[in-house]
Design a protein around this ligand. Structure first.
Ligand code: SAM
Length: 243
């Protein structure tokens, strides 16, 4: 299930994560567009008592807190990530808990909303992930979850990642799921899909130099496609699911 390799990789990566991910013009722009999209979508969430899984350095936690979240329990498998998130976020409404998305250290029916961004690309067992979301959410609670999808305009990047089982330039398990696999797992866990928002970003494999600049311009144009077409073609799906 790749949990120990994910933990080892991200504990080391926590030290340089923010300094290496969102630093190019394309990376910064993607970060800003994704955070603003998540802020808008979080209007659909009850932010009384949120569980966020795979928090990393806390960039999404900070959006949730800025949107008025009363409490966020931040779960991550990598202690190094939790340490950086706690230091960077420095907000008493956020609590940090080491644990796995497959076996959350959270009780049944114990949160109003469930959030997970950029984690599913490191997990192969979609059913177990969505079962856990369903278990911890109170009835009627909403999940906001992102996932890269291979059946998108960026399929060459997804096919390469799936063949290698690794992210570009990084020794961490990576899979781009199919949308239907995702929808099947959501339905089996008892979730009702409310919406899918498509998000385009510049893959890190091409985000530097002149190629990066061209890709960045194209990505921004694609992100302005009408919402249905964007959701069909974009490499990232952002799911809102009611349980
Ligand atoms: C790509 S980072 C995303 C971080 C953050 N959500 C963001 O968007 O910047 C993936 C995070 O998921 C965590 N992670 C990986 N496998 C996990 C698992 N099985 N359970 C919980 N967290 C996991 C990693 O430690 C890492 O912090």
């Amino acid at each position: 299930m790749h949990e120990s390799s994910n933990r080892d990789f991200y504990s080391k990566d926590s030290v340089t994560y923010e300094a290496t991910r969102f630093t190019t013009a394309a990376g910064q722009d993607d970060h800003n567009r994704l955070m603003s999209c998540l802020a808008t979508l979080s209007d659909s969430l009850d932010l009384t008592d949120v569980v966020e899984v795979g928090v990393g350095t806390g960039r999404v936690t900070r959006v949730l807190l800025a949107q008025g979240a009363k409490a966020v329990r931040c779960v991550d498998i990598a202690p190094g990530m939790l340490k950086v998130a706690e230091e960077t976020t420095a907000d008493p409404r956020a609590r940090y808990i080491e644990g796995s998305a497959y076996d959350l250290p959270i009780g049944d029916d114990d949160c109003s909303s469930f959030v997970s961004v950029n984690l599913l690309t490191h997990l192969d067992d979609l059913d177990q992930f969505w079962r856990e979301a369903s278990r911890v959410l109170r009835p009627g609670g909403m999940a906001l979850v992102t996932s890269t999808k291979v059946d998108s305009l960026y399929f060459p990047f997804g096919v390469i990642a799936n063949r290698r089982g690794l992210a570009y330039g990084q020794n961490v398990y990576t899979v781009w799921h199919r949308r239907n696999a995702q929808l099947g797992a959501i339905a089996r866990a008892g979730g009702k899909l409310e919406s899918i928002t498509g998000h385009f970003y510049t893959p890190r494999a091409v985000d530097k130099g002149p190629v990066g600049r061209v890709f960045h311009v194209i990505t921004r144009l694609l992100d302005r496609l009408p919402s249905r077409l964007r959701a069909r073609l974009a490499p990232m799906d952002i799911y809102l699911v009611r349980f």
